[in-house]
Design a protein around this ligand. Structure first.
Ligand SMILES: [Zn+2]
Length: 139
């Protein structure tokens, strides 16, 4: 047995400078997968051609690469999620009193109402961060 007191893997929170250099990914649009629509997940492994491994609620989850938007560095804008009436999940979103268009916090992943409807920035009720709204790339 290895008597080293240091664990082989460290699953705790990353220091901020490490987090800033990492890649982040979010699902493109709706799909039958474990990713919350509009939320960013830290990329754990990006070395395989077809699959990217993401940290989803502290579990490593492989996701097909073509289902993802991937960026370098920490996301800094609210994702704008737009459901079509007919999409699976649309009813659930509107039952949460969010309507079919809402925003997802880049910092904590909490969903937020877009108020006013053309808001340029929003403050998160959960983490109290204020970020611009990414109207250019709805997902
Ligand atoms: Zn937040």
């Amino acid at each position: 047995m290895d008597a080293s007191p240091f664990p082989l893997f460290y699953y705790g929170p990353m220091p901020d400078d490490t987090a800033a250099r990492r890649k982040w990914a979010r699902a493109k649009g709706a799909g039958g997968h474990v990713l919350r629509r509009g939320a960013w997940y830290m990329v754990v492994n990006d070395t395989q051609p077809g699959v990217v491994v993401l940290n989803v609620r502290k579990t490593n989850v492989p996701v097909p690469r073509d289902m993802l938007d991937i960026i370098d560095g920490k996301p800094g804008q609210w994702s704008v999620v737009k459901w079509q009436e007919t999409q699976r999940g649309a009813r659930r979103a509107s039952e949460h009193d969010l309507g079919l268009v809402y925003a997802v916090c880049p910092s904590c992943g909490e969903r937020g109402k877009i108020d006013p409807l053309d808001a340029a920035e929003l403050t998160c009720a959960h983490c109290h961060g204020t970020f611009p709204v990414d109207w250019e790339h709805p997902c």
